[in-house]
Design a protein around this ligand. Structure first.
Ligand SMILES: Cc1ncc(COP(=O)(O)O)c(C=O)c1O
Length: 329
């Protein structure tokens, strides 16, 4: 059961982190009327696509803590890596710009003849870009480390952020989101039994599950993996969540981490027909834009579970984590 005392304790602990505020929160949370009526299931949407900063998305919640930490450490430069259409890289470029820091991005893939989607925004934000022609996330990380070394040698004070900002300081941003969801429940007079959201590098889910275990929130948090097979990503999330909970004086239960890797399709960032259908359904039924890499695949799981009757009698929260600039890629 959610205990008010536990919430007060957690809020106090979270308040000890230095923050560089970026997100316009609380984000809206509302019923998806057309889908709820069609499936006879109460479905709500938490609009973290509308965090407001740098075209929105889940990563602004992580970045306000990461940039806060960078500023606390006196850094003047941020380095991170991701795919060419990375939302995290776009938002890092925006957050660094707002904080007066130089931003260098290592992007996985070939430099395209003409920038599209997030890459247009990275350029507009003044980020320095280095391309690594490989789909391998480990290669992006090692190039990002190499670049950090080069910039440090040039006298810069670099804050390097691993892929997706999935380190304990970033994860804290999604513990706050779970507290916000508990407030949404109270405001709307509903109890969410299931949260469904896209999982990539795992930080979003790690934050939500730490929030669940440290408050006693009783619902189930379902991460729909868009990149990694279940065992690998589950281990990563458990490690990250345990480290983060440890810093806050809490502990994690492995059973709190639920993942489904059945909607990845051929691979990370490769569109699937089910994802395409979910993107169309959300646009045409609800006027909400998803993306091919993350939220389209998460929504394809939601629609499939609804069609299989798996969510009958439940009140479901779809956490929309953003990503729509990718639609223009
Ligand atoms: C739109 C969107 N949704 C979900 C995710 C997944 O978040 P995480 O990497 O914290 O698992 C990302 C990560 O980049 C994202 O950009």
């Amino acid at each position: 059961m959610v205990m008010n005392g536990k919430i007060v304790y957690l809020e106090k602990k979270l308040g000890e982190f230095r923050k560089f505020p970026l997100s316009l929160v609380p984000t809206p949370c509302h019923r998806l009327n057309s889908l709820s009526d069609t499936y006879g299931v109460e479905i709500y949407c938490k609009r973290d696509d509308l965090t407001g900063f740098g075209m929105g998305g889940n990563k602004s919640r992580k970045l306000e803590l990461l940039i806060g930490e960078a500023l606390k450490n006196g850094c003047d430069t941020v380095v991170t890596s991701g795919g060419i259409q990375s939302n995290f890289c776009r938002l890092t470029a925006a957050a660094g710009a707002a904080a007066g820091m130089s931003v260098s991005l290592v992007l996985g893939g070939k430099k395209p003849p003409k920038p599209t989607g997030n890459l247009v925004l990275d350029n507009l934000l003044g980020a320095h870009i280095r391309y690594v022609d490989s789909p391998d996330w480990n290669k992006w990380e090692s190039e990002s480390e190499k670049l950090t070394g080069e910039l440090n040698k040039q006298g810069k004070k670099v804050f390097r952020i691993p892929i997706g900002g999935s380190v304990p300081v970033g994860v804290v941003g999604y513990i706050t989101a779970l507290l916000e969801i508990i407030n949404d429940e109270r405001r709307l007079g509903v109890t969410f039994n299931q949260i469904i959201h896209a999982t990539g590098s795992g930080g979003t889910q790690a934050g939500l599950v730490v929030g669940k275990d440290m408050t006693g929130w009783p619902g189930t948090i379902n991460g729909i993996s868009v990149a990694m097979a279940r065992d690998g990503i589950e281990k990563m999330i458990f490690k990250l969540a345990s480290e983060t909970a440890g810093i806050l004086g809490g502990k994690m239960e492995r059973e709190s981490i639920k993942l489904d890797d059945g909607y990845i399709g051929p691979g990370y960032a490769v569109p699937t027909p089910e994802g395409e259908r979910a993107i169309e359904t959300f646009a045409r039924r609800e006027g909400i834009f998803l993306d091919h890499v993350y939220t389209g695949k998460a929504a394809s799981a939601l629609l499939n579970w609804l069609e299989q009757g798996k969510l009958s009698g439940q009140t479901v929260l779809f956490l929309h984590t953003g990503g729509h600039p990718e639609l223009f890629a």
